[in-house]
Design a protein around this ligand. Structure first.
Ligand code: G3H
Ligand code: ZN
Length: 278
C-alpha cells in the first residue's frame, strides 16, 4: 500500500462520516505501533511529527525518513504529517523529504499576521502538492501559553479559510493539550456551528483529554481529524513501567520498549474503532 496523502485519508473519512486518527510519533516504536494498530483495524491512519519532537531529535530527517519508511511498508493507507510547525523553514524541509501534509501553526500571532503567514505557506505547499492544516483560536493548555477557555469563532473561521486557502482547520472547542485525565468538556454546539460555517475538514487537537464517548460525539458533530499524543505516551510509559517493575534485572531495551510498543498498538486499534463507530 503506498504512502497516502493526508488529504486523501481525511477526505475519505469525511465522506464516510468517520473520524480519522492522527497519532504523534516521537520514537520509532510509536510509528511501528501505530501502523500495526491501524493494520489490525484495517483502517487508514495519520502519523504525525511535531516541531517539538523534531527539537527533541535535533533534526527532522532521521525521524522523518524512518516514519516515511514505516508508512510505505504498511498494508493500509498511512499518511505522514508535520504537526504544529511554527517555522516556515521546517515546513519546506518536510515538503522536501516527502511529507504529504503539514500543520502551520501561527495561532499565537494576531489574526492578520496569522492570515498572511499561513497564506504564504499554503501557496508554497500547494505548488508542491502538499495539504495544509492551520489553526485559529488557540487550543488551550499548551506550554501555559494558551488560555484553557479559548474558542474559535465560526464567522472568523470561515473568513480565515477563505483568506488563506487552507485545506483543514484546527479549532478551539474546549479541549486542551497534554491532559492526562480524559474529562475535557467539549462544546458540541460550537463544533456543529463550525462544521456548518467552514467548508474544510475540522481538526480536534488535545484529544487525549477527551473520553471515548465524547470523541465519537465530536465526530458526529463535525470533527474529522482527531489528533492524539499524550494518551498514547501514557499507555506506552505504563507498559514500560510494568515491564521494568516485573524484572529488576532487565537491561535489554527491546524487552521494555517492545512492551510499550505492543500496548500502544492495541490501544490504537481500539481508538480507531471508537472514531469509526461515530
Ligand atoms: O497536535 C497534537 C495534539 O493536539 C495532541 O494533543 O497530546 O493532548 O493528545 P494531546
Ligand atoms: Zn495539537
Amino acid at each position: 500500500m503506498p504512502l497516502t496523502g493526508t488529504g486523501d485519508v481525511v477526505a475519505a473519512a469525511r465522506a464516510a462520516g468517520h473520524g480519522v486518527a492522527a497519532f504523534n510519533v516521537i520514537q520509532l516504536e510509536h510509528a511501528q505501533a501505530i501502523v500495526a494498530g491501524a493494520e489490525a483495524a484495517g483502517s487508514p491512519v495519520v502519523l504525525q511529527i511535531s516541531e517539538n519532537a523534531v527539537r527533541y531529535h535535533g533534526a527532522l530527517a532521521p525521524v522523518g525518513l524512518a516514519v516515511l519508511a514505516a508508512a510505505r511498508a504498511a498494508n493500509v493507507p498511512v499518511a505522514v504529517h508535520l504537526d504544529h510547525a511554527t517555522s516556515a523553514e521546517l515546513v519546506d524541509e518536510a515538503v522536501e523529504l516527502g511529507f504529504g501534509s503539514v500543520m502551520f501553526d501561527a495561532s499565537a500571532t494576531e489574526y492578520e499576521k496569522n492570515v498572511r503567514a499561513t497564506a504564504d505557506v499554503v501557496a508554497r505547499c500547494h505548488a508542491a502538492g502538499v495539504w495544509v492544516e492551520a489553526e485559529l483560536g488557540e487550543v488551550g493548555g499548551k506550554d501555559g501559553v494558551h488560555a484553557p477557555g479559548a474558542r474559535t469563532d465560526p464567522a472568523e473561521a470561515a473568513a480565515f479559510v477563505a483568506a488563506t486557502g487552507v485545506d483543514a482547520l484546527a479549532v478551539a472547542v474546549g479541549s486542551s493539550h497534554a491532559m492526562t485525565t480524559r474529562d475535557a468538556r467539549l462544546d458540541f454546539g460550537l463544533i456543529a456551528a463550525l462544521h456548518a460555517a467552514v467548508p474544510v475538514p475540522l481538526v480536534l487537537h488535545g484529544s487525549s483529554g477527551v473520553a471515548d464517548r465524547d470523541l465519537a460525539r465530536a465526530v458526529e458533530a463535525g470533527m474529522t481529524k482527531i489528533n492524539m499524543a499524550t494518551h498514547l505516551n501514557r499507555v506506552f510509559t505504563n507498559a514500560v513501567r510494568r515491564a521494568l517493575a516485573d524484572d529488576g534485572n532487565l537491561v535489554d531495551t527491546r524487552r521494555y520498549l517492545g512492551a510499550g510498543r505492543l500496548a500502544v498498538g492495541t490501544e490504537v486499534t481500539r481508538l480507531i474503532a471508537v472514531l469509526r463507530a461515530a
